[in-house]
Design a protein around this ligand. Structure first.
Ligand code: 6R9
Length: 654
């Protein structure tokens, strides 16, 4: 991958400008530069210290057992209860009255939930699940909107040692059915519906449909009443949350489980094949998500108001709405709806109202806000913010700078956190009190994490070159396997460079300072006339043009060049679509930014792009469009109608 054309728009700043940590933040930071030294000198000792931030019912005998790679065991012999760590111990320490969640419903209803109330609710739900026959090790499917019951259900499972398997509420009944089958879940927790884009959107019908396909595999369906809409009812199987859970005692004696006891399964969309059930376990997972949340977001439990604006159905929601923040006794905001409902300033209104200090979201949302214009956030008081985070995709420097200036008021560090469902927690990211941040680069591995960029042969690359990101040592919150498929686990992640090197599937570049720039999935690399060009670089170049809010680039089969670059762009709110003239200008812009080889063969202006729950563009579908093929699997799209819109736009054969 060494012949990618130039640095292009990945570094628009003269001389690679960086933003040093604000002095006050650095002086009071939870984690300083010494953490890197400590971890470099004694990696396992460093992680043992991090584990000691939790409450263990029984100490571990060994920090890491890596005798049978790639099957790791962390904190061997240790026992803990994850829910007790997230809730009960804070109540026991006198913080029961502290708010755990300021929950905001899309229609404007709100709920404030203290740690003491959360403890009661989790105990009730744990008792309810037990009454439905759920035992330690059983799988529970969770298909809920962004309501507090989602968090309560996850913690109730953790409390009784059941394994939750959350399916994003935007996924179809097919996606739900295949996941229930793969995980062999006997109980489903759902709701009548939730609110999206100003209207109730039903969920229960998708469960009913999924279950008709599965015979009587599922015993019980526990249903939260959220919208009050009509629901079909299967007697003997369906039970209302408010009838069963609310009637339970608010006490529950929690048992401690082995550090390696399974905590959850989360399915990630593979490229084409069946989704992979990523398995996470208890002690190591909680250790790393709690430590990284403490370090990367500099979380101060007494004063911060923390907001991960993402869905709990994404790993980001698991690690940084639920487990990390609760383990650190954070006060969080949780928002049910979409950013434009009822108006485009909704998020900023929430920041203003609750005095949010730390905000974590995805580049796709940031680019949407850019498209809506600077005026929207400018109408709100965002001065409470002190730290911003980004996750899910490479953040193009323009979006980083916009976020920094327009949301962070130029004073908040932006932490660009690279990680995956598989890694469980943050892996490569600046530390806000230590690292001088560099727009567009996730920069450096966290203390205790060993990452490298290597070539095809597995040799470390030189600065300036491009290669593949690998992780060379196990880490506490790593996936333990793919549910029910150890072979696929080994093949997918641990075979390219041997059994002890984790292949992340992301392309990456090293700059002269040794900082890592993520370039997107390896399968998103195009090959145009023998030149390997990352889709991210071309997208970044397009977005750096003043008229473009968002861009998605794919490589479509081309008879002469192997692949041709096809770009889909969304214009900014104030931009004028001058047709061919604009397309020519954008082509010219990419030539200038990256080089002639990267100039798109075709550029289409569209209203929306197909996205997954985490805001990742489904390039596979755009490739189908660009190559005039029938669309592949659309079950993991948040809104499958966008493909009709894009298809309608297409002028016949490309
Ligand atoms: C947390 C999450 C993982 C993939 C990952 C990479 C991309 C995530 C990124 C990033 C560049 C970042 N990714 N964060 N790329 N910079 N800060 O997103 O998990 O949904 O499993 O996706 O997302 O390509 O491999 P998941």
């Amino acid at each position: 991958m060494s012949d990618t054309q130039g640095r292009g728009s990945t570094s628009p700043l003269p001389g690679g400008d960086t933003f040093p940590p604000p002095t006050a933040l650095a002086e009071a930071a939870n984690v300083g530069a010494d953490a890197y030294e400590r971890a470099a000198a004694d990696r396992l000792g460093f992680w043992a210290d991090a584990a000691r931030r939790l409450e263990w019912a029984q100490q571990w005998d060994e920090v890491l057992d890596w005798s049978n790679p790639p099957f790791a065991k962390w904190f061997v012999g240790g026992k803990l209860n994850v829910a007790v760590n997230c809730v009960d111990r804070h109540v026991a320490a006198g913080h029961g009255e502290q708010v755990a969640y300021h929950w905001v419903g899309e229609p404007g209803d709100t709920r404030t939930i203290t740690y003491a109330q959360l403890q009661d609710a989790v105990c009730q739900a744990a008792n309810a699940l037990t009454s439905l026959g759920v035992q330690a090790g059983d799988r529970v499917a969770v298909y809920l909107p962004m309501i507090p019951e989602a968090v309560v259900t996850m913690l109730a499972c953790a409390r009784i040692g059941a394994v939750h398997m959350v399916v994003f509420g935007g996924f179809s009944s097919d996606a739900l059915a295949s996941r229930i089958t793969d995980a062999d879940a006997k109980v489903v927790v759902t709701a009548d519906g939730g609110y999206r884009r100003g209207a109730p959107s039903a969920l229960k019908p998708a469960v009913d449909e999924a279950l008709t396909k599965l015979g009587d595999a599922v015993r019980s369906v526990l249903v939260v009443r959220r919208t009050g809409g009509d629901v079909e009812w299967t007697e003997g199987r369906d039970v209302w949350w408010h009838e069963l859970v609310d009637a339970q005692p608010t006490t529950h004696a929690a048992q401690a489980f082995d550090a390696e006891h399974p905590l959850y399964i989360m399915y990630t969309s593979g490229t084409t094949a069946k989704p992979k059930g990523i398995l996470h376990t208890s002690g190591g997972y909680l250790t790393q998500v709690a430590w990284s949340h403490h370090a990367v977001f500099d979380l101060k439990p007494d004063t911060d108001v923390y907001w991960t604006a993402a869905d709990v159905g994404w790993v980001t929601g698991h690690s940084y709405i639920v487990y990390g923040p609760l383990a650190n006794r954070a006060t969080s905001v949780m928002y049910e709806g979409t950013p434009e409902t009822p108006h485009r300033g909704r998020w900023w209104e929430i920041v203003q109202e609750y005095g949010v200090t730390v905000l974590y979201t995805a580049p796709t949302t940031i680019r949407t806000f850019m498209k809506w214009g600077d005026d929207v956030p400018a109408g709100f008081d965002l001065s409470s913010l002190r730290l911003l985070g980004s996750v899910g995709e490479p953040i193009n420097p323009e979006a980083w700078l916009w976020y920094h200036a327009n949301i962070g008021g130029g004073r908040c560090p932006v932490v660009d956190t690279w990680w995956q469902t598989e890694t469980g927690g943050h892996m490569i990211t600046p530390l806000p009190g230590v690292t001088a941040t560099k727009p567009g680069s996730a920069q450096v591995p966290l203390p205790g994490i060993s990452a490298r960029v290597v070539d095809e042969a597995g040799e470390p690359i030189e600065p300036g070159a491009t290669g593949y990101l690998v992780l060379t040592e196990p880490w506490p919150s790593m996936l333990r396997t793919i549910w029910g498929d150890d072979d696929r686990y080994v093949d997918t992640y641990w075979s390219r460079y041997g059994k002890t090197v984790y292949f992340a599937g992301d392309g990456a570049k090293l700059d002269e300072d040794g900082d890592i720039w993520l370039l997107g999935r390896v399968d998103d690399v195009m090959n145009v006339s023998g030149h390997r060009i990352s889709t991210t670089e071309v997208e970044s170049a397009l977005v750096s043009h003043p008229t473009v809010a968002e861009a998605a680039v794919v490589g479509a089969t081309d008879a002469t060049t192997g692949q041709g670059i096809v770009a889909f762009v969304i214009l900014r709110g104030n931009a004028v679509d001058s047709g061919d003239e604009l397309v020519a200008e954008l082509r010219q812009h990419v030539r200038k930014e990256i080089g002639p080889i990267a100039s798109p063969r075709q550029i289409m202006v569209v209203a929306e792009l197909p996205k997954t729950r985490s805001g990742k563009i489904m390039r596979r579908l755009l490739r189908d469009v660009a190559e005039n093929r029938e669309l592949g699997d659309v079950t993991t799209l948040t809104d499958s109608s966008v493909m009709d819109l894009i298809g309608a736009k297409l002028p016949g054969t490309p």
